[in-house]
Design a protein around this ligand. Structure first.
Ligand SMILES: Nc1ncnc2c1ncn2[C@@H]1O[C@H](COP(=O)(O)OP(=O)(O)OP(=O)(O)O)[C@@H](O)[C@H]1O
Ligand SMILES: [Mg+2]
Length: 394
């Protein structure tokens, strides 16, 4: 079974270069490797000094590169899903038979579905994903969860809900409930989304690696990225600190910068304590061409088993306590005051900034309510008890 490595980080920090170095190292180890770019501004061709097409291309033995064009993937690989979705939209009174493109984010979703399909095919030992800068990647990764959440609420598959919901939905959502055929279609899309989520959050299959550089703004964003990855329960199992200045420049101007870098390397190391951290020097030229990719590999990755999962970030968990249950969600680097928490029906909703995560509650917790919540040591602990709902103190 192939393992997936997702490289994420702020714009320009070196994601593509580092992902390329991993792909190169992996191929050299004799593992069948695919390097995929989900960033529309592809630049893997520049790094490997090759003109690439929108299909999978072999660039060296054991190494294929795939710069995904989501619109093209939609047409060629997911024509059936598009058809289902179009049928679905056509079934809605208020919506004209519309193009699937009207739902924001759907095109990008196809990049992920394509990666899942390649994973399932078993062709590759390792799939290395070079992402677009943080913001886009986060919306891409949370999208399957968000979409399947909406689908579950609107079309509760396999539950009596469909019939019960039908009269409600007509007035509330101004849409006809889909007929049986359409329900099957919805079920298929839903299953694919659920599978995708399962794949990306599974610690056995998927690693998220964060790339950073030791400077204030990037470090801040790296922390936020780490927090959101944890909020959505992705497994971060490595940090790369790129562009580290050499110590021996012997120049006052750079000595100051070296000092500042040291400070931020310290911050990053304490934030990511317990996870593998890789340090990469700042080179005197751009990382272009195999020669430079090799240099990065031998300097920073060479003798390390960078493909092993040496540590994992914690999963969220439900634990039984004397008077109820506690839901523990790992959210390092969050600001206590920014966390918003509420219970909505069968879900607990955690909101931080513009990001919101609905965590469905297991049946055992349905009759309980949130008694209190606290944020400590990077963990949000939410206590559920039978008592009347008390004050939430975060
Ligand atoms: N350690 C380094 N030393 C010198 N140049 C570097 C280093 N790391 C990256 N670069 C250069 O910095 C630029 C950005 O790197 P890269 O494209 O890998 O970043 P990215 O995070 O993928 O960017 P984007 O967010 O635009 O996709 C490139 O020109 C690359 O060659
Ligand atoms: Mg890039």
């Amino acid at each position: 079974m192939s393992r997936i490595y997702i490289f994420t980080g702020k714009g320009g920090v070196g994601k593509s270069s580092i992902a390329a170095a991993h792909a190169y190292k992996s191929a050299r180890e004799g593992k069948k490797t695919l390097l995929v770019s989900t960033d529309m501004a592809h630049n893997l061709g520049d790094i490997f000094e090759r003109k690439l097409s929108r299909d999978i291309e072999m660039v060296m033995p054991n190494l294929d590169i795939y710069e995904i064009d989501p619109a093209y993937v939609c047409e060629t690989d997911f024509a059936d899903i598009i058809k289902y979705a179009k049928n679905l939209l056509a079934g809605a009174d208020e919506l004209a038979p519309a193009d699937i493109g009207i739902i924001p984010g759907t095109e990008e979703l196809f990049s992920l579905l394509k990666i899942a399909e390649l994973h399932k095919s078993g062709t590759y030992d390792r799939i290395i994903v070079d992402c677009a800068p943080t913001g886009e990647t986060l919306s891409l990764l949370k999208f399957p969860e968000m979409l399947s959440w909406y689908m579950e609420k609107l079309f509760p598959i396999g539950k009596v809900g469909v019939r019960v919901l039908a009269p409600v939905s007509k007035s509330l959502f101004k849409i006809e409930m889909p007929n049986k055929q359409a329900m099957n279609d919805i079920e298929k899309i839903y299953m694919k989304l659920a599978e995708l989520q399962e794949l990306l959050k599974n610690r056995e299959t998927t690693s998220v690696r964060i790339v950073s550089v030791p400077e204030k703004m990037v470090v801040e964003e790296t922390k936020r990225n780490y927090m959101y990855m944890n909020l959505y329960n992705f497994n971060v199992d490595g940090l790369y600190i790129n562009r580290i200045l050499p110590e021996d420049i012997g120049n006052d101007f750079f000595d100051k910068w070296i000092g500042l870098q040291k400070e931020y390397i310290g911050v990053l190391k304490s934030t990511f304590d317990g996870l593998p951290i890789y340090e990469i020097p700042w080179y005197d030229e751009e990382l272009k061409g195999i020669k430079n990719v090799e240099r990065l590999v031998s300097d920073a990755l060479g003798d390390k088993d960078v493909f092993a999962c040496h540590a994992t970030t914690e999963r969220e968990s439900f634990e039984k306590t004397d008077d109820g249950y506690v839901l523990k969600v790992n959210i390092p680097c969050a600001d206590k005051g920014d966390i918003d928490l509420f219970q909505a029906g069968a879900d607990i909703v955690i909101k931080i900034g513009n990001f919101k995560r609905n965590i469905p509650l297991p049946n055992t917790l349905m009759n309980l309510s949130v008694a209190k919540a606290g944020y400590e040591d990077g963990k949000l602990n939410i206590l559920f008890t039978k008592e009347e709902k008390g004050d939430e103190n975060e």
